[in-house]
Design a protein around this ligand. Structure first.
Ligand code: 62N
Length: 840
């Protein structure tokens, strides 16, 4: 890859007229004060942490602005190829720390505030998480943006500015209670509203054919109900490189037609109601992390994102290239984050044909060479399908286009497999039946030039299973891009103790090049280094224990084994298996089987989709089990169990540095990749896990001896299904039989008989899709190996160091390089001169 421009060679003298803002503690402190006193109008009598936070953000934002513009200018001037990452979710978390780190201002800010008598930590706590995502898929999008900015890749994120992000979770009597997350209540100082780039998005109406000036048959979409999409830009700084990319989030607003006098003057209330309906589109993030529920509002959200983003990109294109689209596909690429934005395929066709007046073939040529699709799941219930009826009602012109795409596609299939009608039925984008459905994943595959999975096993299973027919037709479309996480947030920022130890030992290079962690291998047996490693971990465990005490009221002893499972609650992730093991340990304690015991603190956290009854039942189960165990005087310090409420990005920043054992125990073949597993590994946790998702690659990297493996393989799971007999397993395993008997005795639900019946039934069911009983024995044995290993202090430290040292591959910097080499083919573009507020 070549650097097409360096910041020192700016040919634009007028851009350097004013000096850049100071990057020292004193300048920052001055700007902080100025914003606090003048921009915000506060003084020493109002030292609320929130206004100090806001003042600090403004001071940093000033420094981002000039770099942001310099980056934009460079991309425009270069007329470089660009990628647009279309995603319904960006799970950002907090931005302040990340901005400080990437601007290289951590010490300067701390010093500057200190000189004013302000504690940085307090200021940071005033920032709310931007929880605009459910879990891994949304967080991955946020890590991707950080890495793209760091690699100076011209990538822009497009998403939705939800007024309410992921719900806040409280636990009341062991039960999940959801509360709205009104994260914008006090405004968002990071965002910049850009009303000048507002787009108009159509809904409803009907499609109408007509002859254009040259007599050509064309279509237009008429009698539509329109909604405005207003962009809000969030800066995405690269790591100390002057680049600032953009995340553009669309907020919905009513059009002028809703203005009271003009529209519906006779019906004041009705008019305001209609305005309300328009603005509902960006009101709330759907909190489902697996199954789509076919709600109309969700389809509206998807189209809103796709249409606004494409119009924005095409608007920019025609601004500089007029109506000449011949180079469009060479210069633009859309990466679809799962099927959620896939309606963009049909919308791009519509815009090119109905508005830019291209013919079908030309429009298809462009669409099918600019769209790329990433799949994040194999679970059939997560595959998006939209009813044709709903589509016709809401997006009639788009449905026509989808039918035409399908007709032409099926012709191609018929040509390759003449007479194979079953295959036609299987592969059709439209699933026929009493209520026909649009299969969004098939639309995405048909229209994309690249389809990727997110870990090696997952990508293999896609071409062997879900997309088997498609892979036979287009073998070259399919590829793997193993996920990663950004080490800036997930190591350098969240684990300052380890950051300093790493940098003192191998230098700071790893922050931008994680493979450099391999240099740690030479210290794995170095006792003084091991001692420092343990001291860092100990301090992080102390910090985590404090947090657990505050949030759960449970006391963790930092010398115990910290055993952690945090992720969305789902049966396939098998938090239940974890709970069964906890009960087994409890049973052993009660039986006095505690020779060579390793004291253990088990932390479980995660949100359940509000409509997912079983997942909510599992939360209640874990809480009730924890309550009994933590209050049983026989247990004492041998075992502690806590359910952490409201698991979120900011919680993980405290959890992963303080974890010893990372639980990655999904039923093999079900977890596409996992990314929490990578955050734990980087921070020196050892994994206990199945051969699923990226666990396989983690184990390969760390070495089998530094990973606690158990369980059926994906192949074995499928083979075992037909004759799965959990009763036989229970009969043959005394420990499991005792655990189930204890649950069935009502020991954990004294006052609520029958509460855990669904859980017991699931484990005992021969059709249990997650085969919890099948992996129990292997899991307990792996846990025993882990407990024994933990007692060997040096041996465990060694494993911990090796895990961190082998995590180089799991940086999103590597992932983004692979997307770029295999899919995007972007040049790196450095910003123009970093200085200067240019004269308007
Ligand atoms: C995760 F449309 N997926 C994978 F509403 N999905 O489970 C994990 F149905 O294994 C991967 O590591 C990670 O992606 C990154 O590749 C995930 O987080 C969702 O959040 C989600 C959201 C909405 C839907 C479906 C799935 C909906």
């Amino acid at each position: 890859m070549q650097i097409t421009r360096v910041s020192s060679s700016s040919p634009k003298p007028e851009l350097t007229e004013l000096p850049a803002l100071g990057m020292d503690a004193k300048s920052i402190a001055e700007d902080f004060r100025r914003h606090f006193n003048r921009t915000l109008g506060r003084d020493r009598r109002c030292k609320s942490a929130f206004y100090m936070y806001e003042a600090l953000v403004l001071a940093l934002r000033d420094r981002l602005m000039e770099r942001w513009r310099a980056t934009r200018y460079a991309y425009d001037e270069e007329d470089c190829k660009r990628v647009y990452y279309l995603s319904m979710e960006f799970l950002i978390g907090r931005t302040l720390g990340n901005a400080m780190l990437n601007l290289g201002l951590c010490h300067e800010v701390e010093q500057g505030l200190h000189d004013l008598g302000v504690l940085l930590e307090e200021v940071q706590e005033a920032e709310l998480d931007a929880g605009l995502g459910n879990g891994g898929l949304g967080r991955l999008a946020a890590c991707f943006l950080d890495s793209c900015a760091t690699l100076q890749l011209p990538v822009r994120g497009y998403g939705i500015r939800y007024q309410y992000g992921m719900f806040r979770q409280r636990v009341e009597d062991g039960q999940q209670v959801e509360e709205p997350d009104h994260w914008l209540r006090n405004g968002n100082p990071w965002e910049l509203e850009r009303p000048e780039f507002t787009q108009r998005v159509h809904f409803g109406g009907r499609s109408e054919g007509y002859r254009d000036a040259s007599g050509q048959l064309r279509f237009r979409w008429v009698d539509t109900h329109d909604v405005l999409a207003v962009p809000y830009d969030i800066p995405v700084p690269g790591y100390r490189n002057g680049t600032v990319n953009t995340l553009r989030l669309w907020g919905a607003a009513a059009t002028d037609e809703f203005d009271l006098g003009e529209f519906n003057a006779g019906d004041y209330a009705g008019s305001v109601e209609a305005k309300n309906a328009a603005e509902h589109i960006s009101m709330v993030l759907y909190p489902n992390d697996a199954s789509e529920n076919g709600k109309e509002l969700r389809l509206r959200q998807q189209y809103f994102l796709a249409s606004a983003s494409l119009k924005d990109v095409l608007g920019h294109w025609t601004f500089s290239h007029g109506d000449n689209f011949s180079q469009f596909a060479q210069k633009n690429c859309f990466q679809l984050n799962d099927t959620h934005p896939t309606i963009a395929v049909a919308e791009l066709m519509r815009l090119l044909m109905d508005e830019a007046e291209l013919g079908w073939d030309e429009a298809w040529q462009i669409t099918s060479t600019t769209m790329a699709y990433t799949n994040h799941t194999l679970l059939p219930e997560a595959l998006e399908k939209w009813s044709v009826r709903l589509f016709r009602q809401l997006l009639p012109r788009l449905l026509e286009i989808i039918y035409e795409i399908n007709a032409r596609f099926l012709q191609q299939v018929a040509l390759k497999w003449p007479g194979d009608t079953d295959r036609l039925r299987r592969m059709s984008i439209i699933e026929e039946g009493p209520d026909p459905q649009v299969r969004m994943a098939y639309l995405a595959v048909v229209a994309s030039f690249s389809v990727n999975g997110v870990a090696e096993l997952h990508s293999q299973l896609l071409t062997d299973g879900m997309f088997r027919d498609f892979s036979a037709l287009w073998p070259d479309k399919f590829n793997n891009k193993t996920n990663g996480v950004t080490q800036r947030r997930w190591l350098a920022w969240c684990n300052p103790g380890l950051r300093d130890l790493l940098s003192a030992t191998i230098g700071e290079g790893w922050v931008a090049d994680l493979e450099q962690l391999a240099q740690l291998q030479q210290y794995v047996d170095d006792e003084p280094f091991q001692g420092r490693w343990r001291a860092v971990k100990q301090e992080n465990k102390r910090r985590l224990a404090q947090w657990v005490k505050r949030e759960c009221g449970v006391v963790f002893d930092p010398t115990a084994l910290f055993d952690v499972q945090v992720k969305r609650i789902h049966e396939y992730k098998r938090q239940l298996l974890n709970a069964l093991h906890v009960i087994h340990l409890y049973d052993r304690i009660k039986q006095g089987d505690t020779a060579d015991w390793t004291p253990r603190c088990v932390l479980i956290g995660g949100k359940a989709a509000p409509g997912y009854a079983m997942a909510k039942g599992i939360i209640k189960f874990i809480n009730k089990v924890a309550q009994v165990i933590n209050h049983d005087p026989d247990v004492g310090g041998l075992l502690k169990v806590a359910f952490l409420p409201n698991y979120r990005v900011t919680a993980m920043e405290i959890i992963c540095p303080g974890t010893d054992l990372s639980e990655q125990i999904s039923t093999a073949g079900k977890e596409a990749s996992g990314t929490g597993n990578m955050k734990f590994m980087m921070n020196g946790a050892v994994t206990i896990g199945t051969l699923d998702g990226a666990n396989i690659e983690i184990r390969e990297a760390a070495g089998a001896e530094n990973f606690f493996l158990f369980g059926l393989t994906a192949e074995e799971v499928e083979a075992a299904r037909a004759n799965y007999d959990p009763q036989a397993i229970i009969n043959g395993d005394e420990a499991l039989a005792r655990v189930l008997a204890l649950i069935e005795s009502g020991h954990f639900n004294q006052f609520e008989p029958g509460l855990f019946d669904p859980i017991i039934a699931a484990i005992r069911s021969p059709s249990d899709p997650w085969m919890t009983a099948a992996d129990f024995r292997g899991y307990v044995e792996a846990q025993r190996r882990a407990a024994t290993a933990f007692r060997d202090v040096q041996g465990w430290t060694r494993m911990s160091i090796i895990n961190s040292a082998s995590s180089g591959r799991f940086s999103t910097d590597r992932t983004m390089r692979e997307y770029n080499a295999g899919i995007w083919q972007l040049d790196n573009v450095a910003p123009l001169a970093v200085e200067a507020s240019s004269p308007l």
